[in-house]
Design a protein around this ligand. Structure first.
Ligand code: F0G
Length: 359
């Protein structure tokens, strides 16, 4: 397989905290497209915008970059089972990598609050799944407790191996562009990914590969925005279930990343998220899950506040695939279900229905 992308551990072996000879558990994650998005650049008044399309990872989200590291290390330490708390994507990823490693996975999810697509992934990869009567934050407390007292290895982003793997996205951005963007924008839940991008960019800066670390802009959903409030939120609420998190695990790491990168945190409403979700599908051609549109929605909001310089070159990470959460795509702007019109097999009738002109 001389020409195939080999997954982030092999591709970036020298730049990761991993011992030579370690058996690598990979599904070929990373190497995701950086899609030029002139329609979004025009909308926000920037010179250039690109989307780092993380939905193209093997389980459809950025989690796979961290999970290859976390499960590889777990196996190296002799773990027979991994555990995570999850709003859906981490569990899909943990279950898949555990399956690839031939070990067990246990996933704790907030009852009734993960999308069917993500639940289906965890089931398909034969995870032991428990729905906890509580939110994500409660699940994480429980997962930490179990991993400290029982023979099960924690693979949430409080595990530094996850952040280490996820930092490779920054390397890829710099390699694709040949420079670092002025701003890098993304959705924030636990802020593990935000912290990971910072780590990656900082390493590139320290090695003299880039001239400056991009300003990191992280956006949360309004009903679930502890970084904007400055304190944990007890009952987070948003339609963006992936980032429905009130007590971010990477609080301190994220605050120092924000400060050092001269970045900022902001919040957008569910309506703004859904509107950007539609824009990305309709005008850019990239189908993401609604939570993943939160970064771009925040960028648009900041542009209306005059915060986007005309010459800015911006990368926006869209974190998860649209097929994970199809419900919102099946509704129109007014919230009504969309279903295709039925038609006969007669070409003239169908052409009339479609308003096609005769040639
Ligand atoms: N976008 C998506 C699609 C996510 O699934 C998550 C987190 C985030 C953004 C935020 O990333 O937590 O590193 O700030 N999902 C986790 C999960 C919590 O369990 O799948 P973060």
């Amino acid at each position: 397989m001389a020409n195939q992308w080999r997954g982030v551990i092999t591709e970036y072996f020298d730049r990761l905290d991993i011992a030579p000879g370690t058996k690598i558990i990979t599904l070929g994650e990373g190497g995701t497209p950086l899609v030029h998005a002139p329609a979004l650049a025009k909308l926000v008044g920037a010179e250039e915008v690109w989307l780092k399309v993380e939905g193209m990872n093997p389980t459809g989200s950025f989690k796979d970059r961290g999970m290859t590291m976390a499960v590889t290390k777990a196996v190296a330490h002799g773990a027979k089972a991994v555990i995570c708390a999850s709003t859906g994507n981490t569990s899909a990823s943990a279950a898949a990598y555990a399956a690839a490693a031939g070990i067990k996975s246990v996933v704790l999810i907030p009852e009734g609050k993960i999308t069917l697509g993500k639940l289906a992934q965890a089931i398909a990869h034969k995870a032991s799944i428990l729905q906890v009567k509580g939110n994500f934050d409660d699940c994480l407390v429980l997962a930490r407790d179990l991993s400290e007292n029982y023979a099960v290895h924690l693979v949430n982003s409080v595990n530094p191996d996850r952040i280490e793997g996820q930092k490779t996205a920054s390397f890829e951005v710099v390699e694709s562009l040949g420079f670092a963007p002025d701003f890098h924008v993304m959705p924030v839940g636990n802020a593990g990914n935000y912290s990971a991008y910072f780590k990656g960019y900082l390493e590139e800066f320290n090695e003299g590969i880039i001239k400056a670390v991009p300003k990191l802009w992280g956006f949360q959903a309004e009903g679930s925005a502890p970084f904007v409030a400055g304190h944990p939120i007890e009952n987070p609420e948003t339609i963006a279930t992936a980032i429905r998190i009130g007590n971010p695990a990477s609080w301190d790491l994220a605050l120092s990343a924000q400060e050092c990168s001269q970045g900022e945190f902001g919040a957008v409403s569910d309506a703004e998220i859904l509107s950007m979700h539609r824009f990305l599908s309709n005008e850019v051609g990239v189908f993401v899950e609604p939570s993943s549109a939160t970064g771009a929605a925040g960028l648009f909001k900041n542009s209306k506040l005059g915060k986007v310089p005309a010459g800015a070159k911006i990368v926006v990470t869209v974190t998860g695939h649209g097929l994970k959460d199809v419900g919102w795509a099946l509704k129109d702007e007014n919230g009504n279900e969309v279903s295709p019109t039925s038609c006969s097999k007669d070409a003239a009738e169908v052409a009339e229905l479609l308003g096609l002109e005769k040639n």
